[in-house]
Design a binder for this molecule. Structure first.
Ligand code: COA
Length: 332
């Protein structure tokens, strides 16, 4: 077993669908307003995939961009992990479709389901494979077509979500000062709170029937206020734990890249951790909550926009259905 910090992010990529749906567009569907959505969530617009555009299509495009940024070929990959709750199909896995689309003939692929924490669960999983020595170069993706799970008549949820994909390339590197080094990762879950955020129907618990399609059980159901409270508590705890594991303090953090669910959640977390809000990365105004895709998309945008400097300490933190939560510290 190599040392626990032998894993580095060497490339990032993202893909967002072209179609923009604004808050004003949603005013025509449900009883809501741009003012309500903006003040309660910070979201102004979101991207919605084309009908024939799949999660693996978006994931594959993000993957190609990440491979270009890392300067590697598809054949160099030996592991593909896709975090998603909106797979193309129940099976085969979305990772297998990505493998085929990008031509990663030497990789093994599988999916991870941890809702909005999925990308950080996938990163942690890849890190174990790489630190354990059995894999060297991993493609880690968070990709979602949440529009396929939205009830467009439910104003509590339809305003929140969007589609998109982000990807990173993670590689074995045991030099101490390698850029993009993953310094720590923590994750947790509490299945007792599963009922607060779920898609109850459409799988084996409530297989698709005419009646449950009519009653929309196959769409996202959420207790927003309860979810908000747990999100704040768990994201703060996970951040503190990940920093402690890395031997760092909140004052060392140059940029927080949080899961993009609600601007108010991000503000409260920053305040509780004592990190100035200008050191948080926010793009939920443009994309809404894209579940597992939020963090890799934000990381890619932060990197491409020149916001990240070599050596910056990044705190990644997520929370999602399950409930699940996770955090990672990266030395960029
Ligand atoms: N437009 C207008 N009014 C709306 C609305 C909308 N889109 N959605 C809800 N409302 C109404 C509610 O019906 C309620 O009305 P009432 O007081 O007459 O019953 C009122 O606004 C307040 O609703 P509430 O749910 O308490 O609002 P909130 O301030 O908690 O904001 C969320 C709702 C969903 C934005 C917020 O709870 C949230 O972001 N929760 C966490 C979401 C999250 O993190 N999810 C994913 C985790 S991965």
């Amino acid at each position: 077993m190599s040392n626990p910090c032998s894993c580095s992010i060497i490339g990032t990529g993202s893909y967002m669908p072209k179609r923009v749906v604004t808050n004003n567009d949603l005013e025509k569907l449900v009883d809501t307003s741009d003012e309500w959505i903006t003040s309660r969530t910070g979201i102004k617009e979101r991207r919605i995939a084309a009908v024939d555009e799949t999660t693996s299509d978006m994931a594959s495009e993000a993957a190609r961009r990440a491979m270009t940024s890392a300067g590697i070929r598809p054949e160099d990959l030996d592991l593909i992990i896709v975090a998603t709750v909106t797979p193309d199909m129940f099976f085969p896995s979305t990772a297998c479709f990505v493998q085929k689309k990008i031509g990663a003939i030497n990789a093994v692929g599988f999916d991870i389901s941890a809702a909005c924490s999925g990308f950080l669960f996938a990163l942690q999983t890849a890190r174990h494979f790489i630190n354990g020595g059995s894999r060297k170069t991993a493609l880690v993706i968070g990709a979602e077509k949440l529009s396929s799970l939205i009830n467009w008549e439910d104003r509590n949820t339809c305003i929140l979500f969007g589609d998109g994909a982000g990807a990173i390339i993670v590689r074995f590197d045991d030099s101490t000062d390698a850029p993009g080094k993953v310094l720590s990762s923590v994750m947790g879950s509490d299945g007792n709170l599963a009922h607060l955020l779920s898609v109850p129907g459409g799988a084996s618990a409530q297989p698709i029937t005419f009646d449950n399609v009519l009653s929309r059980t196959n769409t996202i159901h959420m207790e927003g206020r309860e979810t908000f409270k747990h999100a704040v508590t768990r994201m703060c705890q996970a951040s503190e734990e990940a920093l402690m594991q890395a031997g760092l303090k909140t004052t060392d953090v140059d940029l927080v890249i949080p899961h993009q669910a609600n601007r108010r959640i991000i503000s409260v977390i920053a305040e509780r951790l004592g990190i100035p809000e200008e050191r948080t990365f926010i793009n939920l105004d443009k994309y809404g909550n894209t579940s597992a895709a939020t963090i890799p998309v934000a990381l890619d945008e932060a990197s491409r926009s020149g916001r990240l400097k070599r050596g910056d300490i990044l705190l990644l933190v997520a929370f999602g259905g399950g409930f699940t939560w996770a955090s990672s510290v990266i030395a960029w």
